[in-house]
Design a binder for this molecule. Structure first.
Ligand code: MLT
Ligand code: ZN
Length: 460
C-alpha cells in the first residue's frame, strides 16, 4: 500500500484517510478543484517532518503542506493523490525574548493567536488580514502574506527573523539565526519566503514584534471618481502617518450588507467607491490635523462625504465591512484577481481596466476592493448563478488574458499577495521573464530533486 512505512514514525492518530478529511484538508478557499489526496498526516516536530520528507523521497510521494487553508490561488489544494502535511499539531509558541523582541513559533500557530500573544507582551505583530483567525504563520511565510497594514509595516517577509526548514533534499536548514545583520552570502530565508512550499517545509520561525501604534483614527470616505483615489492617497500619505488605505466599491458594500444584518450602511451618501483610511494618532492636536487633510480633500471635490469613527465599536464595524467582502461574495464563487502595479500606475491602470472589463464583460458583476495604497487590487468577477463553479472557472480563463495583458502593459504583477498556486501559473510569464522562470525552475530542481514538494504549484 502506498502509505506503507509512515507508521514507522507517525502514530495512528497522526494519519487520516477518511473521505470527509480528504475533502476538508485537500482544499483551500479556492472552490474550483475537487480534493483527491490519499491521506493527511499531522507531524508534531521538525524531526517527524524530516522523516516524512525522507519517506516521500523513497516512495516518490508528493507532499502538499497545509496551514489554515485560507489561500486563494490553490497553493494548498491536493488533487493528484498527494499526502497533505497539516501543521495543525505544531501550534506552539515556543519562547519569547523581550530583549530581541522575537517570538519563536511552530509553523501551525494561528496568526491571530500570535497577534494576541504580542499584545500580552506589550508588543505588536502587524501582519493582519481578514483570514487571521484561521491562517497559520507557516502559510503566511509560504505565501509572503500581505494584508491591510502593509502600507506601514510591510509584508510577512519583513517580520521573519529566522526559520527552520526541511528541504526537499531531506536536509534541515536553520536560516539566519535571528541576526539583524548577516552579509554572509545568499539569504536563503528570503528564498523560502513566498516559495509556496515548493522548496522546503517551514517547521519553525522566529517572528519579530514592534511597538504598538498609538490609537488609530479611522475614516470612511466616499469617492465619486476612481481618478481621485491616488490624490486622496497622496494627501494622507504626505501629511499623516498612514496605517491602512483600502478601497471597496458600492457593489462590495451591498454584498456585505446583505450577508451581515448587524452592519449598516456607513454613510448616507451612496458613492461608486469608498476608502477606509487609518492613521496613527500623534500627540494632542492629531485629530485636528488629520481632519484638516480630510477637509482639504472635500474642498477639492476629491471626496463627497466621509466620517471619522467616534468609538471602538464604530471602528470595528467599519473594518468589518471591509474584512467581510470575501465571505459575503463567496457563494458566487468569484474569479479572483490579486494584481499589483506601482503607485504611479494605479490611476491609469484602474481606469483602463474598468473600461476594458465593461466592454468585454458588460453583463458580469465585478466587485472591486483591495489595498490600493500598496498598488494592490482584488478584482472579483462573480459567477453568474446559471453556471457551475467548474464551468465558470473554465470560462474565466479568457478574463485572465484581458486582465493580465493590462497588468503587463502597466508593469505590474499577476499576483500581489495571494501567490501563484495553480490558478495563476499559466500566466506567470505575463509578468516574470523566461530567464527568471528558468532560474526558479533550476532552484526548484536543486532543493526538490524528486519533485515531491507541492508539485504543479507556481509552474509545472
Ligand atoms: C482581502 O484583501 O480581503 C484578502 O486578500 C482576501 C481576498 O482577496 O478575497
Ligand atoms: Zn488582500
Amino acid at each position: 500500500m502506498a502509505l506503507t512505512g509512515l507508521d514507522q514514525f507517525l502514530k495512528d492518530d497522526q494519519i487520516l484517510t477518511g473521505d470527509a478529511d480528504i475533502k476538508n484538508y485537500g482544499r483551500d478557499w479556492t472552490k474550483f478543484f475537487t480534493p483527491n489526496a490519499q491521506a493527511i498526516v499531522f507531524p508534531k516536530s521538525t524531526e517527524e517532518v524530516l522523516e516524512l520528507v525522507k519517506w516521500a523521497r523513497t516512495t516518490k510521494t508528493a507532499l502538499v503542506p497545509s496551514g489554515g487553508r485560507t489561500g486563494l490561488s490553490g497553493g494548498a489544494v491536493a488533487i493528484q493523490r498527494e499526502v497533505v502535511v497539516s501543521f495543525e499539531k505544531m501550534n506552539k509558541i515556543l519562547s519569547y525574548s523581550d530583549e530581541d523582541r522575537i517570538a519563536r513559533v511552530q509553523a501551525g500557530v494561528v496568526t491571530e493567536d500570535l497577534q494576541n500573544f504580542a499584545f500580552e507582551k506589550g508588543q505588536y505583530f502587524p501582519v493582519d488580514f481578514a483570514a487571521k483567525g484561521s491562517s497559520h504563520i507557516g502559510g503566511n511565510i509560504a505565501t509572503n502574506a500581505g494584508g491591510v497594514k502593509v502600507i506601514r509595516y510591510g509584508l510577512m517577509r519583513d517580520w521573519v527573523s529566522s526559520m527552520t526548514v526541511v528541504t526537499g533534499r531531506g536536509e534541515v536548514m536553520e536560516l539566519n539565526n535571528d541576526l539583524i545583520k548577516n552579509a554572509s552570502g545568499y539569504d536563503l530565508r528570503h528564498l523560502m519566503i513566498g516559495s509556496e512550499g515548493t522548496l522546503g517545509l517551514v517547521t519553525e520561525a522566529s517572528i519579530k514584534f514592534t511597538r504598538k501604534p498609538n490609537d488609530p483614527l479611522l475614516f470612511l470616505v466616499a469617492l465619486n471618481h476612481l481618478d481621485n483615489t491616488m490624490d486622496v492617497f497622496k494627501a494622507f500619505r504626505d501629511q499623516t502617518n498612514l496605517l491602512a488605505f483600502e478601497i471597496y466599491d458600492e457593489l462590495a458594500l451591498q454584498y456585505v450588507l446583505k450577508a451581515q444584518s448587524n452592519l449598516s450602511r456607513p454613510l448616507e451618501t451612496v458613492a461608486p467607491f469608498y476608502l477606509l483610511i487609518e492613521v496613527e494618532s500623534e500627540g494632542d492636536n492629531s485629530e485636528e490635523k488629520v481632519l484638516s487633510v480630510f477637509e482639504s480633500c472635500l474642498e477639492k471635490e476629491w471626496l463627497t462625504d466621509g466620517i471619522l469613527s467616534q468609538s471602538d465599536q464604530q471602528s470595528k464595524d467599519l473594518w468589518a465591512i471591509r474584512e467581510n467582502i470575501t465571505e459575503a461574495c463567496a457563494h458566487r464563487t468569484p474569479y479572483k484577481n490579486d494584481v499589483s502595479v506601482k503607485i504611479s500606475q494605479v490611476t491609469p491602470f484602474l481606469k483602463d481596466l474598468d473600461i476594458v472589463l465593461k466592454k468585454e464583460y458588460p453583463s458580469s458583476e465585478v466587485v472591486w476592493f483591495g489595498h490600493v495604497g500598496d498598488g494592490n487590487l482584488h478584482i472579483s468577477i462573480l459567477r453568474p448563478e446559471t453556471m457551475t463553479p467548474e464551468e465558470f472557472y473554465k470560462s474565466s480563463q479568457s478574463i485572465d488574458d484581458v486582465v493580465f495583458s493590462k497588468v503587463k502593459e502597466y508593469g505590474g504583477s499577476v499576483s500581489a499577495e495571494h501567490g501563484v498556486g495553480i490558478i495563476k501559473k499559466k500566466h506567470l510569464n505575463y509578468t516574470r521573464s523566461e530567464a527568471e522562470i528558468s532560474a526558479m525552475k533550476a532552484i526548484k530542481a536543486f532543493f526538490d530533486p524528486d519533485q515531491i514538494l507541492n508539485p504543479g504549484k507556481i509552474f509545472d
